[in-house]
Design a protein around this ligand. Structure first.
Ligand SMILES: *Cc1c(COP(=O)(O)O)cnc(C)c1O
Length: 410
């Protein structure tokens, strides 16, 4: 049952960000001067919408009747027995429409675009998951949608490119730089600068200039708000640990937000360890002090993988959704406050977790989510049997079958 409280988005429940969009020393707005008025307009429209029961009601209705919320929590009995420690519960974002949590944010922002009278949406995508979520929301609301995507990513993500086309979205190839996500973001920002009066930029994670990190967090906070209530109702107690994978950080902050004032609950984010820290081929912004340090990328100040000259490093992960050189500024802040902890899982550990969850629970996870499961596999055996872990299963693995087949040499 959906309660009104679940679907209401909570703003102002924490002291961050401040009115300039800072989380301690992270966040802010590092954009061309021409975008400042647009970001002000967006901030005002967003705060206005959040306090409008009609907007909240429309979002709640679509969450329930279109996305399929609330998503359940599932007790992972066989994984729990296998690991022999803490009891493991899965928050099932894999069951949301389009197969991942990204629709929560895309739908919220598309509604906001509609409310602001902007009929043209632009977005960027790496693996295509956020592109598909944006295309879906645009189709539902009758908005025009253009998605920037690196030509390398277009070549390796054919099914998602075709999905976006079927949904009526134009996919625009980006041939500059490394022809991947960061170049697609640059192009989307360029488009926005040019067409700012008519265009809404629908950003895909808890990243970018203020107000995006706050807004995306709030649209994703439905994950934790539901899960907290479900734990109390179905299990009778709150978890001891909440675990989620961290790419840009939206599914993790969406889970953590409802638990951040429960000081005894551990909040644990899992980054992509790729081929290991020593290899230099990873996306573990917090784990590699040599190259992961504060810097500015795509409009926000956070931890960024960069060389000695501040050049952005190339990243690697078996999961496209975690393969990004920066991380949402609120995670940098939570880590500094020691409210959340960050660790990593390598490609190999994620593939092992992918295999175990599939065989033991009949759930094929997204490779991103498998990173969170990998941390559960390490941690649960060392916890008492009456302890509880809540892990966010951010998406389903259908999109990753080709990658996994290649990795397993099938
Ligand atoms: C995109 C994606 C992620 C990573 O993005 P966040 O913003 O860190 O949540 C994780 N899981 C899935 C299934 C994704 O599609």
């Amino acid at each position: 049952m959906t309660t009104k409280q679940d679907t209401f988005i909570h703003t102002g429940t924490t002291n961050v960000p401040d009115e300039r969009g800072y989380y301690g020393e992270y966040g802010g707005r590092f954009v061309p001067e021409t975008l400042m008025p647009a970001l002000d307009e967006l901030t005002e429209a967003y705060h206005d919408a959040m306090h409008d029961p009609a907007f909240q009601g429309r979002l709640a209705d679509l969450q329930a009747t279109y996305t399929g919320r609330p998503t359940p929590i599932t007790f992972a009995q066989r994984l729990t027995d296998y690991l022999g420690g803490a009891r493991i519960y899965l928050k099932r974002e894999d069951l949301a429409h389009t197969g991942a949590h990204k629709i929560n944010n895309a739908l919220g922002q598309a509604l906001l675009a509609q409310r602001m009278g902007k009929r043209r949406i632009i977005a960027e995508t790496g693996a295509g998951q956020h592109g598909v979520a944006s295309a879906t929301a645009a189709a539902l609301l009758g908005l025009e949608c253009h998605v920037y995507m690196g030509s390398v990513d277009i070549a390796r993500q054919r099914p998602n490119v075709f999905r976006m086309k079927l949904l009526g979205t134009e996919v625009i190839p980006v041939d500059s730089g490394s022809r991947t996500l960061k170049d697609a973001i640059n192009e989307a920002i360029r488009d926005w600068v040019t067409n700012v009066n008519t265009t809404y930029y629908l950003l895909g994670s808890a990243l970018g200039p203020h107000p995006y990190p706050e807004m995306v967090r709030d649209f994703q906070s439905v994950i934790g708000t539901e899960a907290r209530r479900q734990m109390l109702e179905q299990v009778g107690q709150l978890p001891d640990s909440c675990i989620a994978c961290v790419g840009g950080g939206s599914n993790a902050i969406g889970l953590f937000h409802a638990f951040r004032n429960d000081e005894t609950i551990d909040l644990i984010g899992v980054e992509a360890g790729g081929r290991g820290i020593a290899s230099g081929q990873h996306a573990a912004r917090f784990a590699d002090p040599g190259i992961g340090r504060p810097g500015v990328l795509h409009g926000t100040r956070s931890f960024v993988l960069q060389d000695a000259d501040g050049q952005i490093m190339n990243t690697h992960s078996v999961s496209a959704g975690l393969d990004y050189a920066s991380v949402g500024p609120e995670h940098a802040y939570l880590r500094e406050m020691e409210r959340a902890f960050y660790t990593l899982a390598t490609d190999e550990e994620a593939l092992d977790a992918f295999d175990k969850l599939s065989r033991l629970e009949g759930i094929i996870p997204a490779l991103e989510s498998a990173h969170a499961i990998a941390e559960v596999i390490k941690r649960a055996p060392h916890m008492p049997k009456d302890a509880i872990i809540l892990v966010n299963l951010s998406g389903r693995g259908d999109k990753d079958l080709d990658t996994v087949m290649q990795e397993l040499g099938e």
